[in-house]
Design a protein around this ligand. Structure first.
Ligand code: URA
Length: 262
């Protein structure tokens, strides 16, 4: 439209358009009605601004380790500890296991052996070290005149870091060991042996926070206020018979230590 039109000319032009049937005024600038328009703010939220891109935090659930600590500390004796472990629901391994493998041997023994986790036979029978590795362990102990069946000063007590068999005998996971560690510590406190023997890498990791059993074996450590002797696991000795020589040296060392304290 000619911007030079005066008011009267502009009105006459508008009336002429109305006479022609124009019912709406439109702007000089075309409107693209197919263009994507952002959605309006939600109804009822005045001046709503888009939420910042913050990840949604899951609700904090129970702390499995703290619960294990509380349950273990509440156990006044071995029977109560076994019951507390059976009732502990956070470790998924229990779902796939046939039995809780708690212990074998004499709870009054001077020596407590800590293995890793039950295998197929242990899971079936409900006792630690009863498969091939366990039979070798029994022969090793007999060689220094000790045994789990004995009730005298030559007896031993046996348990594991994990009380349930991991599927397909896979390695224990760090979180599984962390949640069962309070029970193991309470187990050791209740039995109160003179000496701890930790067999294998995962037992060393659990109680000494160290790995590398072939380097650690035979060197005395301290944990939980007790002397600890790391030894090669009997399952390792079955696969590596030449390592039996150093295992024999460690057994003699254990025997000598017991004799000096007798
Ligand atoms: N290996 C272990 O460490 N513990 C068992 O009970 C059996 C095999």
């Amino acid at each position: 439209m000619d911007s030079q039109l005066d008011w009267h000319a502009a009105r006459a032009a508008l009336e002429w358009q109305v006479d022609l049937g124009v019912t709406e005024t439109i702007s000089d600038i075309p409107v693209n009605r197919f263009e994507q328009v952002p959605p309006p703010p939600k109804a009822g939220v005045a001046g709503a601004v888009p939420a910042p891109d913050v990840p949604v935090q899951p609700e904090a659930g129970p702390d499995p380790v703290a619960e294990a600590e509380a349950a273990a500390q509440d156990a006044p004796d071995l029977q109560a500890l076994r019951t507390a472990m059976a009732a502990y629901s956070h470790c998924e391994l229990r779902k796939g296991a046939r039995n809780l493998v708690f212990c074998d041997g004499n709870p009054k023994a001077r020596v407590m052996i800590v293995g890793e986790s039950p295998g197929r036979e242990e899971d079936r029978i409900g006792k630690p070290f009863v498969g091939r590795a366990g039979q070798l362990l029994d022969r090793m102990l007999a060689a220094i005149d000790m045994g789990r069946e004995r009730e005298d000063a030559q007896s031993v007590y046996i348990t594991n870091v994990l009380p349930w068999r991991p599927p397909q005998n896979r390695d224990p996971k760090a979180e599984e060991m962390a949640m069962m560690l309070p029970f193991l510590k309470r187990h050791i406190a209740l039995v109160d042996p003179e000496i701890l023997v930790v067999m294998g890498n995962f037992s060393c990791q659990a109680l000494l926070d160290k790995r590398g059993i072939t380097r650690l074996r035979g060197q005395w450590h301290d944990a939980l206020g007790k002397p600890v002797l790391p030894m090669l696991h009997p399952a390792y000795l079955l696969r590596n018979p030449s390592a039996k020589r150093v295992a024999w040296a460690d057994l003699l060392d254990l025997q000598a230590r017991l004799n000096t304290k007798a």
